[in-house]
Structures are given as C-alpha cells and as structure tokens.
Design a protein around this ligand. Structure first.
Ligand code: ADP
Ligand code: MG
Length: 255
C-alpha cells in the first residue's frame, strides 16, 4: 500500500442515463502530486466521471471524496472553492470579454467566493488580481494577446485560455477533459510541454484523454474506462501491456 495522501477518491460511483449505465461501480484513487490519466474509447463515461467529480452530475450511488471530505451535497462553485478547478471538453469562456478579463474572473471567484468582477473592489486588490491573471496568461503563452476578445481565438487558443483560467486559481486539484481535443499536432505538442512545465508545481492533475500520445508522455498513473467500468489501473507500462486495454481500443477501431 502506498503511504501517499489520496486527494481524490471516487468511491463506487454509479450513474445511469435512462437504460444506459454511463458509470458502473467506478472506484478511483488519485494520489497527491501525481498526474492521473483516465483514458477510454468514445462514450466510455470519461466526461460523465469528470462532471460527477465537479458536482455537475449527481451520482445515483457512491460518492466523491476530496481531501477527506465527501462532496455529497456540494454545488459546483463550492467544490471550486475547496480547490478543484476544471477544463471542460467544450471551452467555457466569455467570448465578448478580453483574455485578461476572462482570467481575472476566476481569480476573483477564488478569492471572494463569488463573481464580483463588476463590483467596486479596492484598487490594490484589483492590481493583485490583474498581476496574477497576467502571470497565468504568460504561463500559457497568451500574454501578448491579453486585450483581444476571447471569442476571436482559435479553438486551440480557447483551450489554452481555459487552462489559464484554472491556473490563476492555483488549485489543489486540476481536472482536464481532453485538453488537446481539436488541436493540431503542433498545438498538441506545445500543450503537452505546458502541462509538463506545470507538473513541477505539485498540483494534482486528472487528465481525461483520448490521445494515447498525450497520456504516455505525461501520466504517472492511468485508469482505463470502457463502457462505464474501470477495466485497468496502474502505471503507463502496466496499462500499455494489458490485453483488456488493447481489446477496448481495437473494439473501438472496428466500429
Ligand atoms: P466520454 O467522455 O468517455 O466520451 P461520456 O461521459 O460523454 O463519454 O458519455 C458516456 C455515455 O453516456 C455515452 O453513451 C453518452 O451518450 C451518454 N450520456 C452522457 N451524458 C448524457 C446525458 N446527459 N443524458 C443521456 N446520456 C448521456
Ligand atoms: Mg468526453
């Protein structure tokens, strides 16, 4: 048994959509400071699992425990306040606002527990938040475009912006749903480099990914989800060699 602290424990989670078992008896433990990837074919239940973790979907059975605390009745913003930030599969940004404004909003939310971007705040606090937002934009390589409207960005850059919106909160746990989806190989590689750079900061990360290349160059641990169930769990080497995993991916290729 490992003596590492478990930051996130998904305990026997079950979720049905009508007759479909999107998640069945999912049990998952994420150790502090690791990059834990969740892989699996399309429709395996990966995004549903992430949505359960952030309080957007309530499981039918089981629970999510973050840092020893069960998240049974927590709303998404409360889970965010506890130190969980996430990047969804479809970018959720404020298209009419500048990049800088987009990143300042979650920084305020983190500090005040509410969206108070338009409220009058002391100048010093505004300055502090602005500096943090600029640093987060620099982290993702978008600092030169901080005054551009977010809606004008390419899909890949929108995803980078969302990542900055998470990093500015300096979360304990960062959840990423297919952070390289829709990106060119070049953008994918620069996003992998970025994720490797922030790996050293020690925040725990759960990455949901379809692209094996991304997973094997980043993850410490991998869990494989297929048809709502965890079919394999372990180091990248263990998982790569697991015949069930090969089968799940080959099965997908045939459809
Ligand atoms: P993945 O992210 O692994 O591709 P999802 O978690 O998005 O998979 O979906 C898992 C399964 O649950 C799919 O069959 C999907 O169609 C279904 N599903 C997801 N969300 C809903 C929903 N809100 N209502 C009904 N079915 C859903
Ligand atoms: Mg998904």
């Amino acid at each position: 048994m490992s003596d590492k602290n478990i930051v996130l424990h998904v305990a026997d989670v079950h979720k049905r959509f009508g007759g479909l078992h999107a998640l069945a008896d999912v049990d998952l433990q994420v150790e502090e400071g690791t990059v834990h990837a969740i892989i699996g074919p399309n429709g395996a239940g990966k995004s549903t699992l992430l949505n359960v973790c952030v309080g957007r979907i309530k499981p039918d059975r089981g629970q999510v425990v973050f840092d020893g605390q069960a998240l049974n009745n927590h709303q998404p913003h409360q889970i965010n306040q506890l130190g969980v930030s996430r990047v969804f599969q479809t970018p959720e940004i404020f298209a009419d606002l500048s990049l800088l404004e987009n990143v300042m909003i979650p920084a305020f939310a983190k500090r005040d527990g509410a969206f108070r971007f338009n409220a009058s705040s002391p100048v010093a606090k505004q300055k502090d938040i602005r500096e943090k937002a600029e640093a987060a934009l620099e982290d993702v390589g978008l600092q030169n475009r901080r005054n551009v409207e977010a809606g004008s960005l390419s899909r890949g850059d929108k995803r980078r912006l969302e990542l900055a919106m998470c990093l500015v909160q300096n979360p304990r746990l960062l959840l990423l749903d297919e952070p390289t989806a829709g990106m060119s190989r070049h953008d994918t590689n620069s996003t992998i480099d970025l994720l490797k750079r922030i790996k050293s900061r020690g925040m725990t990360k759960v990455i949901i990914e379809h692209d094996m290349h991304v997973v094997f160059s980043l993850a410490d641990k991998i869990s494989v989800l297929a048809q709502g169930r965890i079919i394999a769990d372990g180091t990248p080497e263990d998982v790569r060699a697991n015949p069930k995993v090969k089968e799940a991916y080959l099965g997908e290729a045939q459809t």
